[in-house]
Design a protein around this ligand. Structure first.
Ligand code: NAD
Ligand code: 6OD
Length: 469
């Protein structure tokens, strides 16, 4: 852990598990309440010191040094991310770690692009100049999940620091390693003590809750399950602490008969099974226009059966949850087109937490398998007959994070995309990211938007100054 500019350990620890083979690979400190208090005090102190008065230029340079520091230890970050999540190495090398570097670089640039508003006011009350200045919120708590550990942590830490806040971060207890490396990089980058603090430990009744219910925390940026978001919101309510939430999803893909068939099958395979379905943007509901439905199901099922090199579920507990949905689907009347069980590798991976990539059909839209987030390598495919029905099915969910639309009809794409109740709609692609765009969900998938100016808006507040002239 890293508090007030120095590295810390704790008396209590818990084991760190490699999900690929179930081996214990280390011990993680569990931050006690006193250390959480100390971290929050250190953050408050940093705001009153050099960090609080640092110029935009120096802050931007500091963010660049952090980006460069991650790049300089790229291999360490990749090794740690792969060991703790079990994700394919190529994914960590091409997505997670480069994106963490980009997150810091993007916000180093965006700091300069920031503009405030000015209004020349002429009214019966008089003439005035109204201008806004932005100030940081103060001490920001960042709580992140295990699926994209460094990417999602840095996605919040970078804009929070860019906006001039002091951060107390708590990554997932399952994947603390790259956050610990980030603390080393930030230390070497020379940020003033207390500007960034890192705690490890569990959520409910532990470091996570101590932090989110802390009266001296000025804002909470959280990514994780919707149920955890509810618990954090209840804790935040006591002190009316502002929250930014990126929560769960049950994302739909709409495949129209006029789609490029090959692109739609490959795209859906990727959107359903990348990182074994453990990305909040992954597709779990696929709706296919009836004329191509049978052919699509056959192609997706065949390719899902041939998938190789996919990683495990993060933990035994999560594997058991995913398997319980595989069983539930059958009880609810599903046809299992592909997968449905545990793979047999015949090596150490059999002690790990793998499940088979699974394609299901035949369930009604009321089935729990179709309604609840599973967060594993599984999707349910159902037919539709009209554009209206496709939109209705996509929107028949408590969640609304992301959706994909597969069609070659330009008018249809533009008609359908804005009608889908989701924060992000991809047309003929998936997870194609531009860090300047708004990112977030509607309904149970979140509160607020992150990305580009949206994050800087959350992590700062405008003060309007009205000067009579
Ligand atoms: P989780 O909600 O169990 O845990 C996330 C973090 O919250 C962890 O650091 C955990 O320790 C902490 N936490 C748990 N209970 C807490 C409490 N009461 N108070 C404070 N902190 C608490 O989520 P997870 O299992 O780590 O991640 C998977 C979930 O995250 C899925 O639901 C997925 O959809 C969601 N997710 C959403 C997005 C998004 O951008 N919308 C991105 C990634 C993951
Ligand atoms: O790409 C991003 O910025 C982002 N927040 C991705 C979230 C993925 C969820 O698992």
């Amino acid at each position: 852990m890293y508090v007030a500019g120095s590295f810390r350990w704790a008396d209590d620890t818990f084991p760190l598990i490699d999900p690929t083979d179930g081996a214990v690979i280390g011990a993680v400190p569990e931050a006690p309440r006193e250390l959480v208090d100390e971290a929050v005090r250190a953050a408050r102190g940093a705001l009153a010191g050099p960090w609080g008065s640092m110029s935009v230029g120096d802050r931007s340079a500091a963010l660049r040094r952090i980006a460069d520091g991650i790049a300089a230890r790229f291999g360490d970050f990749v090794d740690t991310e792969v060991r703790e999540t079990g994700k394919p190495r190529a994914l960590a090398e091409t997505m997670d770690i480069p994106r963490a570097i980009d997150n810091f670089r993007a916000y180093a640039d965006l700091l300069y692009a920031r503009r405030d508003s000015t209004f020349h006011t002429v009214s019966p009350q008089g003439e005035a100049l109204n201008y806004t200045v932005r100030r940081p919120l103060g001490v920001v708590a960042v709580i992140s999940p295990w699926n994209l550990p460094l990417l999602l942590l840095s996605w919040k830490v970078a804009p929070a620091l860019a906006a001039g806040n002091a951060v107390v971060a708590k990554p997932s207890e399952e994947t603390p390693g790259t956050a610990a490396l980030l603390a080393e990089v930030i230390h070497e980058a020379g940020l003033p003590p207390g500007a960034f603090n890192l705690l490890h430990g569990h959520g409910a009744g532990a470091a996570g809750e101590f932090l989110t219910s802390h009266p001296e925390v000025d804002a909470i940026a959280f990514t994780g399950e919707s149920a955890t978001g509810s618990a954090i919101m209840r804790a935040a309510a006591d002190h009316v602490t502002p929250v930014s939430f990126e929560l769960g999803g049950k994302n739909a893909a709409l495949v129209f008969a006029d789609a490029d068939f090959e692109a739609a099958v490959e795209g859906t395979l990727r959107s359903a099974f990348t990182h074994s379905g453990q990305i909040c943007l992954c597709t779990e509901r696929v709706y296919v226009e009836r004329p191509i439905y049978d052919e699509f199901v056959a192609a997706l099922g065949e390719r899902a059966r041939k998938l190789a090199g996919y990683g495990p579920m993060i933990s035994a507990q999560h594997r058991d949850k995913v398997l319980s949905y595989y069983r539930l689907a059958v009880e609810e009347g599903a046809t299992v087109v592909a997968g449905g069980g545990i793979p047999d590798f015949g090596d150490d991976r059999d002690q790990g937490f793998h499940v088979e990539p699974t394609v299901l059909t035949g369930l009604p839209s009321t089935a729990r398998t179709v309604r609840e987030e599973i967060f594993g390598p599984v999707c349910h495919v159902a037919p539709f007959d009209t554009e209206d029905e496709a939109v209705r099915l996509a929107n028949d969910s408590a969640y609304g994070l992301a959706a994909t639309v597969w069609t070659t009809n330009l008018s249809r794409a533009h008609r359908v995309a804005p009608r889908v109740e989701a924060g992000i709609v991809w047309v003929n692609c998936w997870n194609l990211r531009d860090l300047r765009t708004p990112f977030g969900g509607v309904k149970a998938s979140g509160i607020g938007r992150e990305g580009g100016e949206y994050s800087l808006d959350f992590f700062s507040e405008p003060v309007n100054v009205c000067v009579r002239i």
